[in-house]
Design a protein around this ligand. Structure first.
Ligand code: GDP
Ligand code: MG
Length: 218
C-alpha cells in the first residue's frame, strides 16, 4: 500500500463531537511521549502531520487524519481513482501523564474509553509500548481494559533505536508473557523506530489487510 495523501481533519473534545465518517478508522494509544504522533508521521510519510513534542501531555483532543491510499504500486495516474481508498487515523491523548491533575487524567481516560468503546467505524487499535522499558503497570492495565471492552488490538514497540536488541527482546518477552498469563489476546506485534523508518512497511501492509476486511464487513 502506498500513501497517496494524508491531511489533518479535525480535533474533537469528546466522542459525541467526532464527525461521523465512512471508512475504517485506526486509533493509536499509549503513554504520553511514547511516540504516537511521530509514528503517525512516519507511517503516512508526512513529517508534520501530527504534532510531536518532547514535552509530554500536549495532545488533549481526539485528532482525526484522513488518509487516501493506493493499493497497487504500479497503478498509472490515469487509473488512480478506481484504486484509491479512504481511511482514518486517530491520534489520542496519552494516558498516565503525571504532571496534570488526577481529575484531568481521569477526564482524559473517560474520553479515551468512550471513544475506544463506542466509535462505530473504529476498525483496530494500536497500543504503543516504549521498547526501552520493562513492562509498566500502566500499559498492562490498559491492555486489561482493552480486553474488558472486547477490543481488537495490536502492539507496537516504539523507539527501538534507543535500546540494545537483547534488552528489547527481553522487555518484549516479559510483556507478552504477562498478557498471555492474563489471557489477553492481541493480533500482531510490530517493532518501530522513527529515525530508522523501521516497521513502516509492516504496519502499512497490515493496515491494507484490515482495510480490505472492513470493506467486506459492510
Ligand atoms: N529516538 C527516537 N525518538 C523517538 C521515536 N519516536 C518518537 N521519538 C521522540 O519521542 C518524543 C515524543 O514523541 P511524540 O511522537 O510526540 O510522542 P506522543 O506524546 O506519544 O505523541 C519526541 O521527542 C520524538 O522525537 C523513535 O522511534 N526513536
Ligand atoms: Mg502526540
Amino acid at each position: 500500500m502506498r500513501i497517496h495523501s494524508a491531511k489533518y481533519l479535525i480535533s474533537s473534545p469528546s466522542l459525541s463531537a467526532c464527525p461521523e465518517l465512512k471508512g475504517p478508522e485506526y486509533a493509536f494509544i499509549g503513554r504520553s511521549n511514547v511516540g504516537k504522533s511521530s509514528l503517525i508521521n512516519m507511517i503516512t510519510g508526512c513529517k508534520n502531520l501530527a504534532k510531536t513534542s518532547s514535552v509530554p501531555g500536549k495532545t488533549r483532543l481526539i485528532n482525526h487524519f484522513e488518509i487516501i491510499s493506493c493499493n497497487d504500486k504500479k497503478t498509472k495516474e490515469i487509473n488512480l481513482k478506481r484504486k484509491l481508498s479512504k481511511w482514518f487515523i486517530v491520534d489520542l491523548p496519552g494516558y498516565g501523564y503525571a504532571s496534570v491533575s488526577l481529575r484531568e487524567r481521569q477526564n482524559f481516560l473517560r474520553m479515551i474509553e468512550e471513544y475506544l468503546r463506542f466509535r462505530k467505524n473504529l476498525n483496530h487499535i494500536f497500543l504503543l509500548i516504549d521498547a526501552r522499558h520493562e513492562p509498566q503497570k500502566i500499559d498492562i492495565d490498559f491492555a486489561f481494559n482493552l480486553r474488558q471492552w472486547k477490543k481488537n488490538f495490536s502492539l507496537i514497540f516504539t523507539k527501538t533505536d534507543k535500546v540494545k536488541e537483547t534488552a528489547f527482546i527481553k522487555n518484549l518477552n516479559l510483556f507478552t508473557e504477562i498478557l498471555k498469563n492474563s489471557d489477553i489476546r492481541y493480533h500482531r506485534i510490530f517493532a518501530t523506530s522513527v529515525p530508522k523508518k523501521a516497521g513502516k512497511e509492516e504496519i502499512l501492509t497490515f493496515l491494507d489487510l484490515l482495510n480490505n476486511e472492513f470493506s467486506t464487513k459492510l
